[in-house]
Write a protein that binds this ligand. Sequence first.
Ligand code: NAD
Length: 374
Amino acid sequence: MSAKGKPVQYAYVNNRVQKFSHREIGVTHVLVTGGAGYIGSHAALRLLKDSYRVTIVDNLSRGNIGAVKILQGLYPDPGRLQFIYADLGDAKAVNKIFAENAFDAVIHFAAVAYVGESTLEPLRYYHNITANTLTVLEAMAAHRVKTLIYSSTCATYGEPEKMPITEDTPQVPINPYGKAKKMAEDIILDFSRNSDMAVMILRYFNVIGSDPEGRLGEAPRPELREHGRISGACFDAAAGTISGLKVKGTDYNTPDGTCVRDYIDVTDLVDAHVKALAKAMPRKVGIYNVGTGKGRSVKEFVEACKKATGVEIKVDFLSRRPGDYAEVYSDPSKIRRELNWTAQHTNLQESLETAWRWQRTHRNGYGPPLAAAS
Ligand SMILES: NC(=O)c1ccc[n+]([C@@H]2O[C@H](COP(=O)([O-])OP(=O)(O)OC[C@H]3O[C@@H](n4cnc5c(N)ncnc54)[C@H](O)[C@@H]3O)[C@@H](O)[C@H]2O)c1
């Protein structure tokens, strides 16, 4: 019986109580949107390890069912992990998911997330990031889900004049990706002013690395390589998938002329989410930078990647790419003070070694192993 004396309604799947559809004392059920993707899959793994109940919703447009299968293999027990294939752009489907599941919290990772692509396809970015966040928020409000952790980005700051970036640095995004994320943040903040929702907005810097135990990795679609991130390009060059690395821009106002970024290991990043989840308070909004506080140049990154892979990667230095900014690194003191979080995996080479171990043994990502060359 429920607290109000009415019989509790359970949904049955194959004659088994569908644990995901009702609340259970002592169990926190987290909806992880984009959980088949790079960061979302690592976050789901950590949540499962910490005994959370996890529902992944993903349309597999960019993520990998292979990552979900690894998680399902590790946590096969009923009520631990379910995967729902759905597009967050489909408000009816999203509403149905919220109606059929008893979520305690949402970590909203799902997004298209390439700066370069956003300049070519801005409408896609506003739809996928801004409009879909509104859909998720409306479903949370309608179904009284009280905690939201939102994946935001340092791209919402644009190119500030002063470094390091604090949470009070004005947000002046300079590309559609950053603008779409800023708009999503604004929607969440406006909603939160008149609601008892607990909100945490995490603004990540550049995410690298992978699961130290080698179960998960970063495996973007091959067609996204051209928009891809520097670590993927370094590994592709080291593996011989591409002939070398193209470093775009050597005349930036930085110590060695190449762009400076703050690289945060995915293991640390997901730890920040777990801490944010634990400290989320009704009617409160927490906004945090998640970075190491240290900027590294692209040249430094490439050197670390050469050492991590043991390959003398060929590097071509080219002119700047539109939409890039010279220098970006965080001031992580607020998250240290308020969430007791600091980056632990700050050795670039070690993070890249971990990621390379997975890349080397998963040349086809989560797909079947590639046949050996004859
Ligand atoms: N990777 C970084 O360096 C970085 C930095 C800052 C912020 N972020 C943010 O972190 C989040 C996760 O990024 P990632 O690097 O893991 O990207 P990813 O592409 O690996 O994962 C995104 C996931 O979202 C899913 N998805 C996209 N649109 C969807 C939709 N309409 N419905 C359902 N699922 C959908 C994709 O299939 C994919 O599995 C994003 O919000 C991104 O903006 C990433």
